[in-house]
Ligand binder design. Structure first.
Ligand SMILES: Nc1nc2c(ncn2[C@@H]2O[C@H](COP(=O)(O)OP(=O)(O)O)[C@@H](O)[C@H]2O)c(=O)[nH]1
Ligand SMILES: [Mg+2]
Length: 219
């Protein structure tokens, strides 16, 4: 059964004029093409085919809106960092995303999906800048964690947490995630719910023994 009984695709937008009514609350999900964004959306909503998954990078070219519950939406942003798209196409996305992040009143925060094996690329940093423009919170999913050992994944998480601790003016949190193994899915759903409710994301306790998130500083 789905975590959201009536979750459904709402609409796609390829221009600011096509965005759905700016009411209610929403969380945007961003990530490099092929990072695992669609798989994350499907895992979090427990709806296999909700967001299409693909082995072809760059397949999603629109902003897709999914309604979780009445007035609560997940927004699937176009994947970035795919070299094969034309310059004019990239410019179009950039302009659309900038307008979305600058003006969207319903936006409460963002989730940025990164492959745990290649976190915080220059494209990701550009995305973070965009998402943090209005000081809204960002939660990072380090996905495909099943591709690394638990220890290696925790090490990456600690490094990412160290890097994001340098970002001031907004709350940035991070967790490990795997759509395939199901790791961190409930935590990610909880994080999205808290963002939608305008509450700070709570980082899973069992991950705190590594890195600066350790309140005892003993690591
Ligand atoms: N091993 C592993 N592969 C994943 C995971 N999530 C996605 N993938 C694979 O990564 C590729 C891209 O996934 P997709 O969700 O379409 O990425 P998107 O382009 O960011 O939406 C597909 O081949 C997926 O099967 C994961 O948690 N673990
Ligand atoms: Mg996708």
């Amino acid at each position: 059964m789905s975590a959201y009984q009536n979750v459904h695709f709402l609409t796609s937008a390829n221009a600011v004029s096509q965005l759905p009514a700016d009411s209610g609350v929403e969380v945007a999900i961003a990530g490099r093409s092929n990072a695992g964004k669609s798989s994350a959306i499907n895992a979090i909503t427990q709806r296999k085919g909700l967001a299409r998954t693909s082995k072809t990078p760059g397949a999603t070219r629109l902003i897709n809106f999914f309604e979780l519950e009445s007035g609560r939406r997940l927004v699937d942003l176009p994947g970035y960092g795919y070299a094969a798209v034309s310059g004019s196409m990239r410019e179009h996305w950039g302009t659309l995303l900038e307008a979305y992040f600058a003006k969207r009143q319903a936006l409460r925060g963002s989730v940025v999906v990164m492959d745990v094996r290649h976190p915080l690329t220059s494209h990701d940093e550009g995305m973070l800048e965009l998402a943090l423009g209005r000081q809204l919170p960002v939660h990072i999913l380090l996905t495909k964690a099943d591709k690394l050992s638990r220890g290696a994944g925790l090490k990456v998480l600690a490094g990412v947490r160290r890097d994001i601790a340098k970002i001031s003016g907004a709350v940035v949190t991070a967790q490990l995630f795997s759509a395939h193994a199901g790791d961190g899915v409930a935590a990610a759903r909880g994080a999205i719910e808290r963002l939608l409710d305008g509450k700070p994301v709570v980082v899973p306790q069992k991950e705190t023994p590594v890195g600066p998130a350790d309140p005892t500083g003993a690591s």
